[in-house]
Design a binder for this molecule. Sequence first.
Ligand SMILES: C[S@@+](CC[C@H](N)C(=O)[O-])C[C@H]1O[C@@H](n2cnc3c(N)ncnc32)[C@H](O)[C@@H]1O
Length: 272
Amino acid sequence: MFLSKDKKMPVKKLLNNLSKSIMLRKMEYISDQQGIIRRYQREMPGWNIHLENSKRFILESSKLKKKGKAMVLGSGWLLDCPVNELAREFEDVILVDIYHPKQIQKKLKHITNVHFIQADITGGLIDLAYHTLNSNKKNFVKKFFPESKSFSFPISSDVDFVISLNILSQLNIIITDYAKRFNHYSENEITELSATIQQSHLNSLPKNKSCLICDYEEELYDEENKLIGVNPLIFLNLPAGNFSKKWNWKFDTSMTYRDDTKTYLNVIAIDL
Ligand SMILES: C[S@@+](CC[C@H](N)C(=O)[O-])C[C@H]1O[C@@H](n2cnc3c(N)ncnc32)[C@H](O)[C@@H]1O
């Protein structure tokens, strides 16, 4: 009989956790998150401006909210999140991510009103995409698209402030990059899926209680800093909200994200 070393965790749950962890690794959620901290270390001057802008906007937006529960969607390394200030201002701060870095969990252990939730912010599409794409039945694969429309992440009505933190374009990219490996879908279908995932995320953010920060397009520059292209990252119309701010994020100047090309991101922050 297979016995868990951790006597408090039933074997079935242990196996579930193991297969979930394999899925997240195969879909590159873990390596992507590691990539974020490595790129930050390489690109500090350009990144710091973006991170400070994000933190300042969150605190500005927080002023107008009731100070009960705050929820951060896509908390990750918390590089862009003023978590200490939020923990002082709000009764509870709930950090949501598909994977919480161990270092962050350890670092915040002493702040008793900060809580971690490991969840899929698409409401379960990661799991559906992984299992659908890895099944061999073609009809089932095609069914994935209509099914994806009904997925959304439930946010409880007692949450007073929801922060969607540099995650809107990430929600679709990781899933669609994985889907592209299987060659089942056309470019149009991939864009449609991206729009569905983003719209459903936007719809899930409660009005007058949210703040959305996201990169909406990427600018590509050659080695001589000549603009060579602009690509959209958001496939829907963003609302005007109560107030907003835009800035440019020097995401990759060392040309490691794309060969021989620098990538800068245009970012918008909206108080919804
Ligand atoms: C670009 S990062 C945002 C920056 C982040 N606040 C930080 O400082 O690391 C995106 C974060 O969203 C998480 N993420 C991506 N897709 C997700 C999903 N479907 N559900 C939950 N978290 C997700 C990643 O694990 C990552 O930590």
